[in-house]
Design a protein around this ligand. Structure first.
Ligand SMILES: CC(=O)N[C@H]1[C@@H](OP(=O)(O)OP(=O)(O)OC[C@H]2O[C@@H](n3ccc(=O)[nH]c3=O)[C@H](O)[C@@H]2O)O[C@H](CO)[C@@H](O)[C@@H]1O[C@H](C)C(=O)N[C@@H](C)C(=O)N[C@H](CCC(=O)O)C(=O)O
Ligand SMILES: Nc1ncnc2c1ncn2[C@@H]1O[C@H](COP(=O)(O)OP(=O)(O)OP(=O)(O)O)[C@@H](O)[C@H]1O
Ligand SMILES: N[C@H](CCC[C@H](N)C(=O)O)C(=O)O
Ligand SMILES: [Mg+2]
Length: 486
């Protein structure tokens, strides 16, 4: 229980109707989750307006309301607080309700189109290996000192986020590493948090269904850096064309990492093999388990952040060299006849190109690359033909299939993808709606030594069809096929 007046610290409200001296049992922004004595925050969403549920929230027991517009007929059955932006207010009151847990540990956020999960997970694994208690908030899962808490979003909502941070503080965590998605910045899920550092990986095509323009997408990412406090670090990828944009208006300490351009933290890729990467970092030459030069960027982001968090360089490099990152990112397995299977979460044009170019770079000879790929339903449609073209350009054979059609017709999603395959390459492309059949076909087409890449689902253990998450696991499917072929 918290007193309403205590959780209003830092909240710019324009009007209060009713008492501020009210005990609050919980902060809730979904009328379906209202509990007696709660504060209900009415948020305008992409589907509906939370203000429409204020009356229901009060009937179900809400004792205080935060809103942007007062409902017309306010018999004062609850205290009403008027704010300019309810989502911002939600972040502030949620943080206050949990007594600002982000200020009681070192919170580091990672943003960018690709690499967030990899960087956040490596940081979490590294700092645990260095002996710290840590939390992780990521697409794959949330974790507190090794205990897994399933995640539904890359970045949780304001209430869940603060509740998880509070649990981390209660369990003695020194650090929390979290992904900051562009949706989260735009929806103010990170409002009211105190960050010790921010990391930018890269910015390429994704999420234009939500942000509409690349510029709006960029501004959302930049918003995270604009809001960092001045004692935090703002670490950016200097090789990314938008890396410097991120730092333009930040008050935080500006730092850079790179492989090509001048930077505070710089590395050079000496070897790139299935077994890992050999990097030259200043005078050190270190082997890492991570594969692909895109992972050299992720490793440098982690190395730089650990250094900025004042960790011992030698210990960091030793520990980092042993780590293999997040599940479902360049997970590779060897099947019968030395066929190689790679399960990867590449779901943007740039990620698909990175993974496939890495495969081409490190294969031994002229082994064929067979790629199985789909595109998510109810997500950015403009990336579909581009992803298909990139997959086709960088593979010998491409099988277009389903990847979480959600409420869309999977055949139509595949048609959108087919439009991107150049005419000359069409004979090397086939469309198979059923992902299991697609994987089976890839295995049947593979000759000894060939490389099968399953893109887009990575760690996911489901296929989302019409809101039903049916069990499906790329790795499991591939291993089953390998068993049948043996
Ligand atoms: C498009 C999007 O991001 N939507 C998120 C958003 O929902 P919304 O704005 O559509 O909400 P809405 O349904 O319009 O409802 C508006 C308000 O009314 C309330 N409401 C609604 C109905 C009701 O009966 N009663 C009620 O009170 C809702 O609780 C909400 O507060 O706010 C919700 C609460 O925080 C999120 O759960 C929801 O995520 C949806 C499920 C989602 O799929 N989001 C994805 C796209 C996402 O966020 N992805 C990023 C990662 C992207 C990446 O890979 O980089 C992530 O961080 O996970
Ligand atoms: N630094 C990088 N640059 C480009 N591509 C990358 C990079 N790191 C990873 N990738 C590719 O992007 C995929 C997703 O990586 P990861 O899960 O780390 O990214 P993410 O930003 O967390 O994605 P999401 O937005 O879905 O949470 C990987 O499977 C790989 O194909
Ligand atoms: N978290 C991302 C990646 C999803 C990857 C892919 N499996 C899909 O469903 O599109 C998103 O929601 O856009
Ligand atoms: Mg992620």
């Amino acid at each position: 229980m918290r007193n309403l007046s205590d959780i209003l610290t830092g909240l710019p409200f324009t009007e209060l109707q009713g008492a501020a001296d009210v005990e609050i049992s919980a902060v809730v922004f979904d009328s379906r989750k209202v509990v007696p004595g709660c504060l209900f925050v009415a948020v305008k969403g992409t589907q509906v307006d939370g203000h429409n549920y204020i009356a229901k929230a009060i009937t179900d027991g809400a004792v205080a309301i935060i809103c942007e517009d007062l409902p017309g007929h306010t018999a004062v059955e609850a205290s009403f607080l008027m704010v300019a932006d309810s989502a911002v207010a939600l972040g502030i009151v949620a943080a206050n309700f949990y007594d600002n847990p982000s200020q009681k540990l070192k919170l580091v956020g990672v943003t960018g189109t690709n690499g967030k999960t990899t960087i956040a997970t490596l940081l979490y694994q590294l700092f645990r290996d260095l002996g710290y208690k840590c939390g992780l908030l990521s697409t794959v899962e949330n974790q507190i000192n090794g205990k897994i808490i399933p995640s539904t979003h890359t970045t949780p909502d304001q209430v869940e986020l603060n509740s998880l941070l509070d649990a981390m503080v209660a369990q003695g965590c020194d650090y929390c590493f979290m992904e900051v998605s562009s949706h989260a910045v735009a929806q103010h899920r990170i409002e009211g948090l105190m960050f010790a550092g921010g990391i930018f990986s890269n910015l390429t095509h994704d999420h234009l269904d939500y942000h509409k323009t690349f510029d709006a997408y960029l501004k959302a990412k930049k918003g995270f850096f604009d809001a960092l406090p001045k004692n935090a670090f703002a670490l950016t990828n200097a090789d990314d064309r938008n890396g410097s944009v991120m730092l333009q208006n930040t008050r935080a300490h500006k730092k850079t990492y790179a492989l090509k351009t001048m930077a505070d933290f710089k590395a050079k890729v000496l070897e790139n093999q299935f077994g890992g990467l050999l990097l030259a970092i200043d005078s050190d030459e270190v082997w890492f388990k991570m594969v692909g030069s895109f992972n050299a960027y992720n490793l440098m982001a982690v190395f730089a952040a650990a250094t900025l968090l004042e960790q011992d360089r030698a210990k960091v490099l030793t520990s980092l060299s042993k780590l293999s990152g997040a599940e479902g990112r360049f997970d590779y397995m060897i099947g019968p006849n030395k066929i190689i299977g790679i399960v990867d979460y590449a779901h943007t044009p740039n990620a698909v190109q990175n993974v496939l170019s890495t495969v081409k770079d490190i294969r031994k000879g002229n082994e064929k690359v067979i790629t199985v790929i789909g595109c998510g339903g109810d997500r950015d449609k403009t990336k579909r033909p581009i992803m298909a073209k990139v997959a086709s350009d960088w593979s010998d054979k491409v099988i277009l299939t389903s990847d979480n059609p959600r409420t869309e017709d999977p055949a139509q999603i595949i048609k959108d993808m087919e439009a991107g395959i150049p005419v000359a390459a069409q004979r090397n492309a086939v469309s198979i709606i059923d992902r299991r059949e697609a994987i089976k076909t890839a295995c049947m087409l593979a000759q000894p030594g060939d490389i099968i890449v399953l893109a887009g689902k990575g760690h996911e253990k489901y296929q989302d069809i019409n809101g039903v998450k049916n069990h499906f696991d790329d790795k499991e499917e591939l291993l089953n096929q390998f068993k049948l072929m043996a």
